[in-house]
Design a protein. Structure first.
Length: 193
């Protein structure tokens, strides 16, 4: 649940600029950038809220960060905010990608360019791992619990990375199981309160 006492974007322009800035930093993936911008820099979300919103964004169809932009924009400004955040994520990067495609067509045959692009894969993997490690403390406040949450992380890694179970199946089984467990825990907490 979002804390309405914490400040959010003051207007549509601030929302647009924030999401454009995130999109422009997100070469190869934006998870680390989005977490840093929304949680650490702007403080529009706590780590726990980010984890919740990102989880919802993951299971919706479409790009995760666009889903998150729609959620955030809608939360603060309704439909117009959702459209502004989406435009911030897509407009300037779309123009830049078109320009880069034209440029890449001119230099794609150069071995140094090919090697540089392959080397960026390691950087992207490192950014994803670093962000995952930053989000682990947020599991302490999760209804699943810290220990079981870490177990779910480990099982998810094994299932997706090592066993290569398709993502849709993994999300359905593991995500569904986590949702059911969290729902049961929240019900138990309500009965105790």
């Amino acid at each position: 649940m979002h804390d309405t006492k914490r400040p959010g974007p003051r207007n549509h322009t601030e929302l647009f600029i924030a999401f454009t800035w995130m999109a422009l930093q997100g070469f190869g993936g934006v998870l680390a950038v989005v977490q840093r911008e929304l949680v650490e820099r702007h403080q529009w979300l706590t780590p726990e809220e980010f984890l919740e919103d990102w989880s919802v964004s993951q299971i919706l169809p479409g790009p995760n960060v666009v889903n998150l932009g729609i959620i955030m924009g809608n939360r603060y400004f309704g439909l117009s905010g959702a459209l502004v955040a989406s435009a911030g994520l897509l407009l300037v990067p779309f123009i830049l990608v078109l320009l880069l495609v034209v440029l890449y067509g001119q230099v794609e045959h150069i071995p140094a360019i090919q090697a540089a692009l392959k080397g960026m894969g390691a950087v992207v993997a490192g950014l994803i791992i670093a962000t995952g490690l930053k989000l682990i403390p947020a599991l302490r406040k999760n209804p699943i619990g810290h220990t079981l949450g870490l177990a779910w992380v480990a099982i998810s890694f094994v299932v997706v990375a090592l066993l290569r179970v398709p993502l849709a199946v993994s999300l359905l089984v593991l995500g569904g199981g986590a949702c059911v467990w969290a729902w049961m825990q929240l019900g138990r907490q309500e009965r105790q309160a």
